[in-house]
Structures are given as C-alpha cells and as structure tokens.
Design a protein around this ligand. Structure first.
Ligand code: 23J
Ligand code: MN
Length: 262
C-alpha cells in the first residue's frame, strides 16, 4: 500500500467517513459469564472492580481501580492454547500470536431472524455457501461472524445464557460449517453468545466443534460480540486484539470494526 493510500485512511477516520463501530459489551459485575456443568469442577469468577482511590485519602489527585477478571469474560478472544487440540502451537498464546492476523476483513452472516425464531439455531455449511453466492466468497485470512443479535440479551444473564434442565440454548455453528470455513482459510470465527459454540454443542461430534477445530488449526475465536447489526455483510475491517497476557489462553478485547460511510 502507498503512503498516500494510508493517509487517505487517516483522513477518512478524522472526517468520520471511516467509522469505528464498537463491537464490545461492557465489562463489570453484571457481565454474563459461562457456567460449565458440574462435572467440570471450576468456573471463571465473577468480575470484580475494586477502587484503589478516587481523589481521596488513598490517592488525592487520581482515580484508579484493580480488577478480578477471567481471561474468558465478556467480549473476548479465544487463543489456540485454550483448547487441547491447539495445545502445541508456540504461537498459540495471547503473547505469542501473530498480531497481523487479528486485523482483517469480516464477513457478517445475518441469522438474526432464524435466531429469534429458534434459540438453538445452527449455521450450516450449506447456509454459508448460499450466503457466499449472494454476498461474495469468504477469503483466506478473513474473519467470519454469526449475527444473531444475541447481544440484545446481554443485560440479563439468564436470558443471555438461556439455560434450562437440558442445558444452554443459544445459536452457533455446526461441525460441517466450521470444517468448511477452515477449508477457506479463515483466521477465526465469532459468535454473539457466551462462547464460540452453540449452547447445545457439547452433544456434537466432536463436542464444541468451534473450539475443537478452530484451535486445532491455530485459528482464533471471538465470543459475546456486540453490535453486529451495525455492520455490512462484507466490507468492514475487524480489529480483535487480545491483551498480551503471558501464556494467555484468551483475553477480554475491545472489539471494533472500521466501516465506510459515504
Ligand atoms: C472453558 C471450557 C469450555 C468452554 C469455554 C471455556 C468457552 O466457551 C470459552 O469461553 O472459551 S465452551
Ligand atoms: Mn473463551
């Protein structure tokens, strides 16, 4: 790319013709968190924000907090080392992954109507191929995200997790969907629900196919994405950079998209 072309990007950002869309939910004590079944003993802790000072006796001129925060909390990134299938990648941690990969064009597959009808909606490879014939091919290195508008439930953990005695019910991909996307060479897959997989994905073969297969192939996952309804099907650039946590398996992110506005 020429320096002039990048200068044009800078100009477009300043004028608002290139808009930064926030794809992030608010992190705090009410952020919905994954509840693993009892047979896995431990869960990620509730988020805590503790004040150190706010212009008071503990710090007269300054305000600051400290956090208790699991890596896999809120709008977050799954690194390959998160799953046993990705355990051996030296560049599979938040501090070793290739940052160039996480800034890429994003394909937004709108399944919000289906998800409103059926909380267990599954995106199939056939549906992705139909989307491609309408919007264009998914290319190597790109992100693919499932728009379900599930973020509209994020202020109510029970509605967001949507669990009953049969477990959680939320949209996600099928095994053949993830296999197809990986065959296209995607960098990663994002969902608007608590994890990258569907609520009922524990019963799939393999269980949790998004986790199992994405990370097997050194690819990334994004969970609890917000505001995908503000993105075009194609043409936006997604920036999903995790904190550089030492040996980190994931991280909360400030996910954002660059969108052209005429
Ligand atoms: C730990 C164990 C199982 C799952 C997850 C975390 C996630 O969904 C996650 O946040 O990556 S399924
Ligand atoms: Mn995660």
């Amino acid at each position: 790319m020429s320096k002039e072309a990048l200068a044009n990007v800078g100009e477009a950002l300043l004028s608002g013709k290139l808009e930064v869309v926030d794809l992030t939910g608010t992190l705090g004590p009410d952020t919905p968190l994954l509840k693993l079944p009892e047979d896995f003993a431990r869960n990620t802790p509730k988020i805590e924000i503790h004040k150190i000072s706010e212009y008071d006796e503990d710090g007269p001129f300054f305000a600051w907090n400290w956090l208790k925060l699991g890596e896999h909390s809120g709008t977050h990134f799954d690194a390959p080392h998160h799953w046993i299938t990705g355990r051996d990648y030296a560049d599979g941690y938040t501090d070793t992954l290739d940052l160039q990969r996480v800034v890429a064009p994003v394909n937004v597959i709108d399944c919000s109507a289906e998800a409103a009808e059926n909380p267990d909606f599954l995106l199939t490879a056939d549906r992705v191929r139909a989307w491609e014939s309408e919007h264009g091919e998914i290319r190597k290195g790109e992100w693919v995200v499932l728009r379900s508008d599930w973020d509209k439930r994020a202020d109510d953990e029970a509605a967001f997790l949507n669990a009953d005695e049969t477990g959680p019910h939320s949209p996600g991909p099928t095994v053949d969907c993830i296999e197809y996307l990986l065959s296209k060479g995607i960098v990663g897959w994002g969902n608007q629900c608590i994890g990258t997989d569907a609520g009922q994905a524990g019963g799939m073969e393999p269980p949790y196919p998004a986790h199992n297969m994405l990370h097997r192939d050194n690819c990334f996952g994004l969970a609890s994405l917000a505001n995908l309804d503000k993105l075009p099907a194609k043409g936006a650039i997604l920036i999903a950079a995790p904190l550089k946590i030492k040996n980190g398996t994931g991280s909360p992110i400030r996910a954002m998209a660059l969108v052209a506005r005429d």
